[in-house]
Design a protein around this ligand. Structure first.
Ligand code: TXA
Ligand code: MG
Length: 361
């Protein structure tokens, strides 16, 4: 199949809408990441998404809408969802809602709920208007790769697998939407994203964060969201996160890089813009300003994708504080690193000559 990339515009929307109506797939930009869409009500088209991505069939999809009226007959809206829809739609918030049988089982992996989101990106909105269909769309990456934040990323993963990619430039947020469950008592954030815990708490009063957001799922633990079960965003090399005071972290990164390079490993560091110069000999990749976790969110997937392109084997990374958008960054970066973390002080202490090591006496 020949994959066409079209700059967003009316002709492209018409073509995309036509393909969606025919049961074909179209990749399109949203404010979070690029999505791979099919008509959510077409039980013949939706399985094509799973095929193109190589996605396990038991991982359900998000349904995208441009108008709340589209939900009539598809799901019931929980009371707690209404203030969230008013406050954050259109925008990067996905809300689980009890579904009706009109939504095909392949969309929800036969779960009793369906995930709904109204994106704010003008290209996504216009496409949803022109086709006037609810569009089921996961991120437009091959399963296990970082979500795409540019049309070039989508092409890298989907060339020859889908007929059309709408190019709307690079995605603002850069990480996938926040997923919230308001169907069962206290609202729970299943996946952190651009709509933060504090923003949700302001509207809902109370909200919890699923415990597995910042640690690996236990062997016998039941995933609240099927997506948490799967290996995600892991590059072929090994990422290790370095935690601690800023100056110690920079010294530890340098030391670890030098050790890996001495061992002949293809190594690099992921660091903040402010540390790029100090670490210039360590093959640094820029995570954005230490003061702007939103920049790190915006760049993270592009940086992660470059690691495999450059065949990096050993990667050491700085971390951001896990609150605000930083929680979403640490969820994705943590998973990419299998939550492997070293403390900078321990790294420095174990490398120091014995007489200089910190002692307990
Ligand atoms: O920003 C986003 O959300 C992007 C854009 C394209 O909208 N989409 C996206 O979709 O990230 P995807 O499929 O990559 O992630 C959807 C997540 C998965 O972790 C899935 O398990 C979860 O939402 N999910 C979907 N339906 C669910 C349901 N009924 N119950 C629990 N989790 C659900
Ligand atoms: Mg995804």
């Amino acid at each position: 199949m020949n994959t066409q990339v079209l700059a967003a515009g009316e002709a492209a929307y018409t073509k995309a809408a036509e393909l969606l109506r025919q049961g074909q797939l179209v990749a399109f930009p949203t404010e979070t990441v690029y999505g791979l869409g099919a008509n959510a009500l077409d039980a013949g088209a939706v399985p094509e998404i799973f095929r193109a991505k190589g996605r396990p069939a038991d991982n359900p999809l998000i349904v995208h809408i441009h108008d709340e009226k589209q939900l009539d007959g598809l799901c019931t809206i929980p009371e707690a969802a209404r203030p969230l829809m008013r406050a954050f739609w259109p925008g990067p918030l996905t809300i689980l809602m009890p579904r009706t049988p009109r939504i095909p089982d392949c969309v929800t992996a036969s779960l009793p709920t369906v995930a709904i989101r109204m994106p704010s990106h003008p290209v996504a909105r216009r496409l949803l208007q022109v086709c006037d269909l609810p569009v089921a769309a996961p991120s437009a990456n091959r399963s296990g790769k970082p979500s795409p934040t540019t049309a070039a990323h989508v092409l890298e993963d989907m060339d020859g697998r889908i007929p059309l990619i709408l190019d709307g430039g690079s995605c603002d947020v850069g990480l996938e939407s926040t997923v919230i469950d308001v169907c069962h008592g206290t609202p729970v954030i299943l996946r952190p994203g651009g709509i933060t815990e504090d923003m949700l708490r302001e509207v809902l009063g109370t909200v919890e964060v699923a415990p597995s957001v910042l640690r690996p799922l236990g062997e016998h633990e039941v995933a609240l969201s099927p997506g948490m079960r799967y290996r995600h965003y892991a590059p072929e090399g090994t990422i290790t996160l370095i935690d601690g005071d800023e100056a110690d972290v920079v010294r530890a990164l340098k030391l670890l890089y030098e050790q890996a390079a001495e061992d002949g490993r293809n190594a690099c560091v992921l660091c903040f813009t402010e540390h790029m110069q100090t670490l210039e000999a360590c093959h640094p990749h820029d995570l954005g300003s230490i003061h702007e976790p939103g920049q790190t969110a915006h760049r993270l997937f592009d940086v992660l994708r470059s690691l495999d392109d450059e065949q990096m084997r050993v990667i050491y990374s700085e971390v951001v504080p896990a609150h605000g958008i930083g929680l979403a960054v640490m969820n994705r970066l943590g998973r990419a690193a299998a939550f492997r973390t070293l403390h900078a002080r321990d790294v420095l202490a174990s490398a120091a000559p014995a007489e200089n090591r910190p002692s307990d006496q």
